[in-house]
Structures are given as structure tokens and as C-alpha cells.
Design a protein around this ligand. Sequence first.
Ligand SMILES: Cc1ncc(COP(=O)(O)O)c(C=O)c1O
Length: 398
Amino acid sequence: MSDRPAPDDDAAWAHWRDQWRFPDGVTYLNHGSFGPPPLAVRQARRAWIERLDNQPMDFFVRQFEPAWFAARQRLAQLVGTDEANLVPVDNATAGMNVVAAAFSLTPGDEVVLTDHEYGAVRRIWQRACARARTDEPKIATLPERFTSAEQVVEAILSSFTPATRLLVVSHITSPTAIILPLPEICRAARERGVAVCVDGPHAVAQIDLNIDSLDCDYYTASCHKWLSAPFGSGFLYVHPRRQEAVSPLVLSWGRLSPTEPRRWDDEFVWSGTRDPSAFLAVPTAIEFLEDVDFEAFRARTHALARYARESIAGLVGLEPLVPDSPEWYGSMAHVPLPPKRAEELDARQLQNALWRNFGIEVPIVEHNGRRAIRVSCHLYNNRRDIDRLVNALGKLLA
Ligand SMILES: Cc1ncc(COP(=O)(O)O)c(C=O)c1O
């Protein structure tokens, strides 16, 4: 018998909430956008800052590089790749910009994104295409209702032409919280000679990630989402076949003297004098979730997301986009909301009203012209939080 607490046993999970400090009256259901770190991680980061501020010469010259390499190794192990394929960056956005600067596009080349991609990622590739004097990225329309991996792959492939060079695709989508069938998508793209850049900030910790098994070309992520590492910690993975062309956007020494940069990743070690404490505290965030037990964490947060999905769908009478299975959604629930009638609040107003009138932080998203709610569930949440949200929504949508 496992001694893990049952995923839906609120009382057994309650003690983890002590690791977070929310102001009184706040119900926080948006870990997916901005995941606050637990106290253990905040303390670890502060300890790194103290070491830096107390004796910067010793810190930068003797402590920094070994700590940087150790943190990277720990993270690489977690996400399933060799440390030499991975470099720390501030966030997924920074990683995506590095890829956009490195990926060679010439006039006539095509980049494909799906219609569930994060808005800023779309902007990054619009600019990259404009700079390469080629057409805007093509947008593949994903199905209205998701039923199978084949159906998603087919929707993406129907946007490919012989000119398609790159597919940019989320592992877990931002506006709709869907776990996309990445192994199948990557395989299909590879068979057609199309490179794949995965936008993966929601996948780290939310699912059991093994980047090597995807055989994608690039993978960008933020560790300050589900892993709950400090804000400003992320990584970029680059497949060995692509590494030679990749370099940092901010060029500095690469490695601190007397070592010379020799490999692609060396160039990312030293990018000028800065505070690296966020990345150095990543191993503490990993240890924290190991103490919880990653699988138990996923089961618990999925149970809460499932409860949120059922409760909200019951309130509004609308079906979620994906089947009720951990294969399709993890710790975030996405439920469509009824179309706005003239006198009703729009998405932004509804989100603000939930905060102002009820102290609830949760995103109301507009996607493809439709309103929906995305509820994130982490260790500090319980079913009372969801009930409070459903009650508030009921009042505001009445
Ligand atoms: C799918 C996706 N990609 C990229 C980002 C950007 O992440 P960051 O702001 O940490 O760079 C987000 C942020 O929410 C996201 O949801």
C-alpha cells in the first residue's frame, strides 16, 4: 500500500499550504500564469543573494560556475536530456527569442504555428518572418473538440507545404490548457523534414517530461510556473543537430577567464555581471516537489482541476474542449463560458470583478472569439477555493 495521501483528500494535503504566504482574503487560482514559489525556494534564493552580496569576488570567481553547472545538471535530469543540450535563460520568452534569432529563414520559407499558441510567441515569429522577408507565420486551426492525437496531427499537417521549415507548437496550450500530443506531432513533422520548436513552460513539473524522447529541435520553458522555482528562471534546450547555429542574444565572455568558450553552451554561462540567484535555486524547487512526490503532486492537482472542470461545466452547462482524462489536461482546467450578452461583463471585466468583489485571481481568457475560464490548481489550493469561485461566477453570470 502506498502511503501517498489520496488525491482528493483535502485534509491530508492541507499542510503544504503553510509553504505559501498569500495575503488574507486572496484565493489564488492562477499558478499557470505566475506561480509563487514556496518558502523553501524563496529562502534558497535569498541565501544565494546573500552569498553574492557578502563577497561578490569570491562568489563570481569561485562559486558561480560550479553552482551554475550543478543547477543545470539537476534540471537536465528532471526534464530528460543531457546537460550539454540545455542552457538557462530568464524565461520561455527569452529562449524563444534565441531560437528566432538562430533559425535560418529565407524568402519563401514558411513557419507554422497553431491557433492555440501564446500571443507573444506569435509576435516573435511574425518579427522573425518579417526580418527574413518571408510571409507571416501560417496558423494551423486545431479542432473545435479534441478526440484523438491523430486528429490534432492531421490539423497541423494540413497547414504544411513543401516550403514549411519550422513548426512552433505548445506542449500545454496557454489559452486552453490542453496537453497536445507532442510525441506524435514531432514524429509527423520530422518525417516531413520540418523542424519543431516546442513552447513548453507549462509542461515542466505538470507532466513527466522527457525532452530527448520527443526528438524535437528546440524546447523553451519557464521554471517559475509549475515547478515553482523563482521568477526569472527558465531554460532553452537545443538538439545537438542545431547547436552550432545557436548563440546568446547578449554576448559576453561566455566562460570566465581563464577558461575559453569552446562549445555552444559555454557562451551562455557568463552573459555579463548579473544576479543568477533565480536559476541557482532551481534545484531547491526540484527537491521540494520530490519531497511532495512528483506523481502524487500531479494526481492531487489533476483531481482539483477535474473538480473545477466538473463544477464550472455544471454551472454554465457547457462542455470542455477535451475528454476527461489526464492525457488531455493536467493541473489546469479550461471551461468555455456562455457568449457575452450585450449587458454582460466582457472577459477583462469579469476577471476584474472576480478579484475586486471576491478576492479571486483567475484568468478569463478570450480565444477564437469565445470567453472561457482557466483554473490553475497547485498544492496550496483545495476544493473550498473552487467552491468559492463557482459561487462567485454564478453571481456574476446570473
Ligand atoms: C504557452 C506559453 N508560452 C510562453 C509563455 C511565456 O512565459 P514567460 O512569460 O515565463 O516567458 C507563457 C506564459 O504564460 C505561456 O503560457
